[in-house]
Unconditional design. Structure first.
Length: 208
């Protein structure tokens, strides 16, 4: 039942099995394939969530709605995506935030993290550093210290650098509309945004 729920994009009832020690995830985008390597030691809860969503194809068809500066760290630049095109799915996952974890590795270009608002609000939105963004190691944002990286880009930074950034952070000012109407709203209000065609876990490493 848990697998069927994830296939529909809805949260599983039971917690998923722990992710491997490390694994690769390939994001096939309109600008090319971006491959990230996740490290469970960096953020066990965050990496388990990444594994759960990536294996289900959760982000297939997702719109990359932010390619702009960070609000919490002036001068930084990130890519962000994750909200689906189904409002019921977005609502279901909004209540499944995972617990906060410490920052165990420093931010640098190509690091992957979950976006969040306040305490225990990491759910389905990912962000990727396009610049060093070292301030995200220690910034106090909505009462929580730092944004823990969960993975790093190992191939495809050129694709990320070429994403349409003409809308910058503007879509984030309409995040409620994105959550409610997804791609239909984004195509109308912010035309030309890039997309993720397909997401797959391509390799795993386990020591146990």
């Amino acid at each position: 039942m848990a697998a069927a729920a994830l296939a529909r994009g809805l949260p599983a009832q039971a917690d998923p099995a722990a992710a491997p020690d490390s694994f690769l995830v390939a994001f096939e985008t309109t600008r090319g394939t971006v491959t990230i390597k996740a490290h469970r030691a960096w953020s066990p809860l965050g990496v388990d969530r990444l594994y759960e969503l990536a294996r289900s194809g959760f982000w297939d068809g997702a719109v990359i709605y932010r390619v702009g500066p960070t609000a919490s760290y002036p001068g930084g630049f990130v890519v962000q995506f994750g909200l689906t095109n189904d409002s019921s799915v977005n609502r279901a996952w909004s209540g499944r935030g995972i617990a906060d974890e410490p920052v165990r590795v420093r931010h640098r270009r190509g690091m992957v993290m979950f976006a969040r608002e306040g305490s225990n609000t990491r759910t389905i939105e990912l962000a990727i550093d396009l610049s060093t963004n070292s301030g995200l190691d220690t910034v106090l944002y909505h009462g929580v210290r730092g944004f823990p990286p969960i993975a790093e880009v190992v191939e495809g930074m050129t694709a990320l650098d070429s994403l349409n950034r003409s809308h910058g952070n503007a879509p984030l000012q309409r995040e409620d509309s994105i959550a409610a109407r997804g791609r239909e709203y984004l195509d109308r209000a912010f035309p030309g945004l890039d997309r993720i065609h397909r997401v797959r876990v391509t390799q795993e490493w386990r020591s146990r």
